[in-house]
Design a protein around this ligand. Sequence first.
Ligand code: HEC
Length: 119
Amino acid sequence: MNFINGALAIALLVLCNAAWSQSAPAGDAADGKRAYLADGCFICHGRAGQGGAMNYPAPPLAQMGYSAEVLKTILRAGLNDMPAYAEAVLSDKDVADIHAYLRVLPGRRDAKDIPLLNQ
Ligand code: HEC
């Protein structure tokens, strides 16, 4: 049920998504990495944005297709088991930076691409 609610909420967000306005702060991936680690996104979504577990799976975020505006709406509102992040905790600039960082995260890798597993 949570998944269905989450999927519906996201579908609505995507449908209602306004273009990321010109006045929005530009994202910086290096600062986004700092915010992603400092604000604890990695705890549930993984250091490579590969996804992880909370009370149920937390989705992968690497190379996420959402615009920065949709990401901000999700973060400000929270989503089921994911907490909401108020602007006092996570600024608009942090959100834009995290958005830029998620675009460059590698995400899941095949076991054959992990050298340690192929010795
Ligand atoms: C306590 C664990 C937890 C933390 C910390 C957390 N998330 Fe989440 N996040 C989740 C879970 C669980 C979901 C799935 C919610 C659902 O659909 O029911 C989710 C969903 C999302 C989604 C929607 C993805 C999709 O495709 O459905 C985005 C985007 C997201 N999180 C980004 C972030 C960012 C950025 C941070 C750090 C600022 C963060 N999350 C911190 C647990 C967490």
